[in-house]
Design a protein around this ligand. Structure first.
Ligand code: BGC
Length: 746
């Protein structure tokens, strides 16, 4: 009897194995599973999985048990749930997230380990909420300080972005959640974002606007990409044959899924052929208006199905799209081994704080006003709306429902306790609202007083204090760092410049803490001794800032973009035609042509070339200690382009407290057949040094760091000749350089 039972068991298990379809057998390679699933799907099922069934989900294949794909914004926290078919809040009570610092803050850490920690943490939150795709990171180039979404991106330099995006993607995907790298490509402004038609040459495209995306695709192996709203050479980016088919899936050999931006698809034929794999958000503008339950009418729904049935389209493109969506599903929702994730954990709060503390940039500190010495200061005047305003709500699709948010004033009060008196005055009223898309901060920031009354009060308390901390900047309301609108000028809004000047006159011990995700004009830098660039820092904003201001943490962030004095220093404004001019594209559509006349000369490449002095240069950032650089040396002064050159520089902490320095390597091609930037960032290392400690910082220079993109030959070229390796503390503070020669290269 015993024997009979045991052979029965073997039989059942054998037949269970035989019955397990290959696509469910996770011991098989993903490609085999994809082919097996594809072979079982009907035409209707294939069409269904390539477009949305709700605002943020696609249906999977219910008959085969292939799960839905759920997406969520991105890129600084997991978005609260909206209704199935509306943008309105679903009013869940379990969807408050950890709000992480803006991606500009992350880039300003210049620390790939921070990017990995960030990605891992946000990915774990997305996983916990059962999302397969997080719609981020954003990595569009900072071409103009006016772009309303700069705070969602990583600055102006393709090398810095590439170094930061890869670990972010790895971190997210270690949770079995796909990163969706956006917005591919050239989505560098919000004004006219659906009709903007960047006119960009190939060299500029490959040298400036693509490297971050290429790194994300090839080194990061991102599982999905989001196309932009804008046009490029006659077609919308989300299904642009050059961007998607030729470059992303062709040259880069990428096997992931292209997701449209929400409402970025306008046509079936080109969406079919242009390399788009999943259509989302059609009949909306991406943020608000939408047509109810229109999913069957999506361009990749019934119109595509009918076109296949009547022979207009073959099934080749469809099968390619389905394979990519299945791959995405197997890598995420169908990965039985993926971790379970976590939400709002202590680790995530710590990550939020650490990234914030490493990302804040000390721009100026004359007379060592900072850190505030609590043993000497009795009265601290805190002024400005941004000291009390919660900023995790606002800014467009990246708006969050944070579990909590510590404002700068609360953070300071927590830290200072009874060691000094803190007196607060608002100084100005900017944006008293605290609502975005149905999420409210719960703050009531209405203030009936006149601008004069507010100002007078602020000046009065400033006069009376030992030190004055002004918290101002932008605030994620329309035109102040917000999706769908660009800023209207570089100036600080709400009369802040006048107020800052008045405060400087009232008290020489003034520190301006500018909270924004982009550069603002600072006409008062000569009058204000201390300036700190803080970003939107999420949950821990106030605690992170208090640590930095009081010196618990030594600032170590550096600018990921050039801090221009005025728009005249920005290539896009000086030479280009921002915000574009009305034109008609190849297909007869009305567009806003936007020539990128500055070409590769973006950011410091433009200010260097034109010998302009920005307010603060790219890569700049101070510390409460000082760093001395020794003489750079190189392992050899001549070699071929296939050799590796090694540059070493000793760096010493010459101050009296521990600190971190970001040592930067720029390469200069001294003679070239093409116009090249004066120098380009090609390496950086963040090192932590105790007082008096010296370390050797080493960089490897390979062909990539020396090459330019030859558009005619469509390849990267390293020309023979002399190069210089420049090592410095910012793009404008080169401490040592060494020359080397490349012979006989291709
Ligand atoms: C934005 C995307 C976002 C999507 C979904 C669009 O308006 O451009 O970045 O992921 O909406 O909310």
């Amino acid at each position: 009897m015993k024997k009979l039972i045991s052979s029965l068991a073997v039989c059942i298990s054998l037949s269970a194995t035989a019955l397990t379809p290959a696509y469910l057998d996770d011991s098989l390679p993903i490609e085999d599973r994809v082919e097996d699933a594809l072979s079982r799907m009907t035409l209707r099922e294939k069409i269904n999985i390539i477009h949305a069934q709700s605002k943020f989900s696609a249906p999977g294949v219910p008959r085969l048990g292939i799960p839905e794909i759920w997406c969520t914004d991105g890129p600084m926290g997991v978005r609260p749930e909206v209704l199935w078919d509306e943008w309105d809040q679903a009013k869940w009570t379990n969807d408050s997230c950890t709000a992480f610092p803006s991606l500009t803050a992350l880039a300003a850490t210049w620390n790939p380990d921070m990017a990995e920690l960030y990605g891992k943490s946000i990915g774990a939150e997305a996983r916990f909420r059962n999302k397969s795709v997080i719609l981020g990171p954003g990595i569009n180039i900072y071409r103009t300080p006016l772009n309303g979404r700069n705070f969602e991106y990583m600055g102006e330099d393709p090398y810095l972005i590439s170094q930061m995006v890869v670990p972010y993607v790895h971190g997210v995907q270690s949770n079995g959640v796909a990163a969706c790298v956006k917005h591919f490509a050239l989505n560098n402004n919000e004004v006219n974002r659906h009709t903007s038609n960047p006119i960009v040459d190939d060299r500029t495209l490959y040298e400036i606007y693509l490297p971050g995306f290429r790194a994300a695709a090839q080194e990061g192996e991102a599982w999905s990409f989001m196309g932009g709203y804008n046009l490029f050479r006659g077609e919308h980016a989300s299904y642009n044959p050059i961007l998607m088919n030729q470059i992303l899936k062709g040259e880069w050999d990428w096997d992931g899924a292209v997701i449209s931006d929400w409402g970025a698809v306008h046509d079936t034929k080109t969406a079919v052929s242009g390399g788009l794999d999943m259509e989302f958000g059609s009949w909306t503008n991406g943020l608000t208006n939408g047509q109810s339950n229109a999913y069957d009418n999506y361009f990749l729904a019934d119109p595509y199905y009918n076109g296949i049935v009547d022979g207009t389209y073959s099934t080749d493109e469809l099968d390619d799209k389905v394979r990519r969506v299945l791959r995405l599903t197997f890598r995420t929702a169908m990965d039985r081994n993926r971790p379970f994730g976590a939400m709002g954990s202590d680790e995530h709060v710590a990550a939020c704080r650490e990234v914030g503390e490493e990302g804040v940039v000390l721009l100026q500190n004359r007379g060592d006003i900072l850190p505030i010495d609590l043993s000497k200061v009795n009265k601290i005047a805190v002024i400005g709306e941004n000291a009390i305003k919660m900023m995790t709500v606002g800014g467009g699709s990246s708006s969050l429902k944070a579990r909590y948010e510590v404002t700068p004033l609360d953070g300071l009060r927590n830290r200072v306790g009874d060691k000094a008196e803190i007196i607060y005055a608002r100084g100005y009223v900017g944006d008293p609202t605290g609502e975005y898309n149905g999420v409210v901060t719960g703050q009531n920031l209405d203030d009936p007083r006149s601008p004069e009354e507010l100002r007078d009060e602020a000046i009065k308390i400033a006069r009376d204090a030992d030190v004055v901390l002004f918290f101002g900047g932008l605030n994620k309301s329309n035109h102040q760092d917000c999706e769908d609108t660009d800023r209207e000028s570089m100036a600080l809004p709400y009369g802040q410049d006048e107020l800052i000047e008045a405060l400087a006159a009232a008290n020489p011990n003034l520190c301006v803490i500018n909270i924004s995700g982009t550069g603002v004009a600072m006409p008062w830098t000569d009058k204000v001794p201390a300036i700190m660039q803080a970003w939107y820092l999420g949950n821990e904003t106030g605690n992170a800032l208090a640590s930095l201001l009081t010196g618990d943490v030594n600032p170590s962030g550096k600018l990921p973009y050039t801090y221009y004095a005025s728009l005249d220093q920005v290539g896009a404004h000086k030479l280009g035609e921002y915000p574009g001019h009305p034109g008609v594209d190849e297909l007869g559509n009305e567009v806003f042509d936007m020539p990128y006349n500055e070409g590769i000369f973006v950011g410091y490449r433009f200010t260097d070339k034109n010998k302009l002095k920005p307010t603060f240069p790219f890569g700049h950032g101070l510390s409460y200690t000082t760093f001395d650089y020794g003489k750079a040396s190189i392992n050899k002064t001549e070699g071929t382009a296939d050799d590796t050159f090694t540059v070493t520089v000793p760096v010493t902490n010459s101050g009296n407290r521990e600190g971190k320095e970001i040592v930067q390597l720029y390469i200069s091609d001294l003679k070239s057949s093409v116009d090249r930037p004066v120098k380009e960032l090609k390496g950086f290392k963040k090192v932590s040094l105790a007082p008096g400690e010296t370390t050797d910082v080493t960089f490897e220079i390979k062909r990539d760091a020396l090459s330019f993109f030859d558009a005619d030959r469509h390849e990267w070229i390293c020309e023979p000749g002399s190069f210089e390796a420049l090592v410095g503390s910012s793009s404008a503070d080169i401490r040592s350089k060494v020359r080397f020669n490349i012979k006989n290269s291709k």
